[in-house]
Design a protein around this ligand. Structure first.
Ligand code: 3PY
Length: 252
């Protein structure tokens, strides 16, 4: 099994329902003519999922949520469970994005619960990790990323691990227009692969898709994707325009 190349969009809190349906249609259309050289996924706000599932050709574009609850079901007003996400037709969920960690207090422990529930409900997890600028300046990036993985996903069985995609997103490169250099990204992804190998063995590590995220766009994607350990991108702003997103996909 060769690891998959993946380009995944993260819409974040953008697009009304109508705008989102239009965008999904455009993305779907732009990819239908010529099958992409990678798996393509779009991750949307919860409210879009069911409608967007209807307009996507699932053999061309996968669908994911940006979050799910850390509880199975019940009296948790405003929350959306992994089972609900799955029932829309989505196949993926992003967990551990730094914006969720920073602004919504998601700890390693909470994320561990979310990951378990997502997997139990048949979702593939795009699990994000990454350090702050201060942590990088203190040369603590490896330690921080390792702790994030140990805290939320290294408890998984080898079987469960097959449904995990990792995404390294240095916080200082998210929405700042600042990209990690392709060498910095490669260095971290190789490190991540090495700790996956320590935990699950070399073969599993070689089969694990690891994405880079953080101001990845059509102009820098070719250089990033040329690196041996970079298996694709998790794309913020540039996933909100079909042509920009297609430009990144075409970098494969
Ligand atoms: C970015 O590209 O800025 C992201 O955060 C993608 O998740």
């Amino acid at each position: 099994q060769m690891r998959k190349k993946i380009v995944a969009g993260n819409w974040k809190m953008n697009e009304t329902l109508q705008e989102g349906i239009e965008l999904a249609k455009e993305i779907n259309e732009s990819l239908k003519a010529e099958k992409p050289n990678c798996d393509v996924v779009i991750c949307t706000p919860f409210i879009h999922l069911a409608s967007v599932a209807q307009v996507l050709d699932s053999s061309v574009v996968g669908l994911g949520a940006e979050n799910c609850a850390d509880k199975e079901k019940g009296a948790y007003t405003g929350e959306v469970s992994a089972a609900m996400v799955k029932s829309t037709g989505a196949q993926y969920v992003i967990l551990g994005h730094s914006e969720r960690r920073q602004y919504y207090g998601e700890t390693a422990e909470i994320l561990k619960e979310k990951v378990q529930l997502a997997l139990a409900n048949g979702l593939k997890v795009i699990f994000c990790c990454g350090e702050t600028l201060e942590e990088r300046e203190a040369e603590k990036q490896n330690e921080v990323v390792k702790a994030e993985l140990e805290g939320s996903v290294f408890n998984l069985s080898a079987e469960e691990w097959k449904s995990i995609i990792l995404a390294y997103e240095p916080i200082w490169a998210i929405g700042t227009g600042k990209t990690a250099t392709s060498d910095q990204a490669q260095e971290m992804l190789a490190y991540i692969r090495s700790i996956v190998a320590e935990k699950y063995g070399k073969e599993v590590a070689e089969d694990t898709s690891i994405l880079y995220g953080g101001s990845c766009k059509a102009s820098n994607a070719p250089e990033l994707f040329a690196k041996p350990d970079i298996d694709g991108g998790l794309i913020g702003g540039a996933s909100l325009k079909a042509a920009d997103f297609k430009g990144i996909i075409d970098a494969w």
